[in-house]
Design a binder for this molecule. Sequence first.
Ligand code: SAM
Length: 247
Amino acid sequence: MADRPRNCGLRISRLRRIESRISEAVSRLCEARHSIRKQIVGPRRLDPTYKTALWTGTGMRESLLFLGQTFRQIRVIGTAVPSGPVVARTMAKAVGDLGPGKVILELGPGTGSFTRQLVRQYPRHRVVAIEFVEAFAKHLSKAMPTVTVVNGCASELNTHLTKLGVGPGDVGAVVSGLPFLTLPADLTPKIMNSIRTTLPVGGRFVQITFSERGWSQFPMPGFVREQSRRVWWNVPPAVVMTFTKTK
Ligand SMILES: C[S@@+](CC[C@H](N)C(=O)[O-])C[C@H]1O[C@@H](n2cnc3c(N)ncnc32)[C@H](O)[C@@H]1O
């Protein structure tokens, strides 16, 4: 028993060493990629606001930030890599038509894969993103200044929106990357309830999942499920589920 804390400490420090080695390797890869690219096509001007990614749709540095946070709190983040651009486009497209002035509410934006697409596909609509992890919220505010970022929990949507002066009737759609399958069991119904009370009738709730079967354990009273779309071109392959609020 006496050895336990020491062993745990050792394991954590080993994990940290592995994490910092991965960070170094990714940084080196990033630099090498830049210099090769410069030699082949010359310096490329990046989109200064959204730091458009060259390969994956989520920059190398964002992937690194994501991985670092996953090491710290796997159950909150739920996966080791941010969603790719194909699934991000599918999520944004699933939002559909929005009335004028409607707000898009994003839950669990992480490093902003979906946020970037929402801003691109709905340039006339305000995007409000609720992110629990401070490092992600800070990163998003800096990288996407047109997005309203709140560092807080998705179970308290009413409080966050009231502070921002956004009424429940103003929300047009909720887009979620929340890892419901790994979140604490008592938090899930609170978040679901929060979404239900925030979204007006007819509003859409778009959710990504890596396991449709796992998702079927969550009852969604007041919502009707529409057609799902499977996206194979993602790590891991994902399903985009769309629900419409009916009452
Ligand atoms: C699987 S990641 C998705 C990130 C991003 N949407 C993507 O697809 O790359 C889940 C995100 O939900 C956030 N999250 C987890 N619990 C949350 C909560 N209660 N409220 C707000 N965000 C939360 C995590 O911090 C993380 O950024």
